[in-house]
Design a protein around this ligand. Structure first.
Ligand code: DGL
Length: 271
């Protein structure tokens, strides 16, 4: 029997990273109404203790589902997905979730040198979920996991102000580049949804050219596949796309940024 679900598509991230997923979703599902949720009061997720973050996310998703009854929830955040996707699928209707996990499989299929690096938050790097992906799909590759506690913040700043400290970007990406004499890293997986916003600076400061792979387009395509039988709420006058921020008061430049993505900002208290 085919399911009949309705509602908006909710996109979730700790900050502005999920916008890289929204961009792709809008191409594939243009008329659907989107609700973007940023748990910015808890940013950065990469630094959180796992149990505490899982508790916070479970509570937050419980409220979001109750209030907005979304047709689908796209977790546009590797740090959140690799921690919580299995748990959330057990707690709530499992079919509404689409997760974002590091693009280990496509990287392993495409590398010619066999040297692949995964650039992510410290949280994603230490997850068992990430290690399992590597064991499952990239056991024949030499995979270097590189955790950065600065890049997500650099991306946030860039999106707010237009300024990037290129020296800091160069320092953060440097450990990804492995040179074994006759073989060098040829693929870097951007395993944080904030990073695609900095990819041009990464290209510019990289010691040699590599392919940078992210999952944003693949997530949008996956959402489309799962969305076939869903009667999504459509965007219309008086019912536009929204952005909800868990901080009581997002900064004016964030409100402007969201406006540029066609999202009207509302505070969203967890209290
Ligand atoms: N955008 C998030 C991700 O994809 C992480 C940013 C953070 O540390 O909060 O992993």
């Amino acid at each position: 029997m085919s399911e009949t679900r309705s509602g908006s598509v909710l996109i979730f991230d700790s900050g502005i990273g999920g916008l890289s997923v929204l961009k792709e979703l809008r191409i594939i599902l243009p008329s659907v109404r989107y609700i973007y949720v940023a748990d910015d009061a808890a940013f950065p997720y990469g630094a959180w203790d796992e149990e505490a973050l899982l508790g916070r996310m479970t509570k937050l998703f419980g409220r979001l589902i109750e209030k907005h009854r979304p047709g689908m929830i796209v977790i546009g955040c590797n740090t959140a997905s690799t921690l919580a996707i299995d748990h959330l699928r057990q707690q709530f209707p499992s079919e509404i979730f689409v997760g974002t996990v590091p693009a280990v499989k496509p990287a392993a299929e495409r590398t010619r040198s066999g040297l692949v690096s995964i650039l992510a938050t410290p949280g994603t790097v230490k997850r068992q979920y990430t290690r399992n992906l590597i064991r499952q799909y990239a056991s024949k590759c030499h995979v270097r996991l590189v955790g950065s506690d600065k890049l997500a913040e650099l991306a946030e700043n860039y999106m707010r102000t237009g300024y990037v400290d290129e020296g800091a970007v160069a320092t953060e990406i440097a450990p990804c580049f492995v040179d074994k004499g006759d073989k060098r890293t040829d693929i870097i997986v951007l395993a944080c949804t904030h990073y695609p916003f900095l990819v041009n600076r990464m290209r510019k400061t990289a010691p040699w050219p590599v392919d940078w792979i992210d999952t944003c387009e693949a997530i949008a395509r996956r959402t489309l596949t799962l969305a076939q039988d869903i009667d999504f709420e459509q965007r219309k006058p008086g019912l536009g796309d929204l952005a909800l921020f868990t901080s009581d008061r997002p900064a004016p430049e964030i409100i402007r940024l969201m406006g540029g993505f066609g999202l009207a900002v509302e505070p969203y208290s967890l209290k």
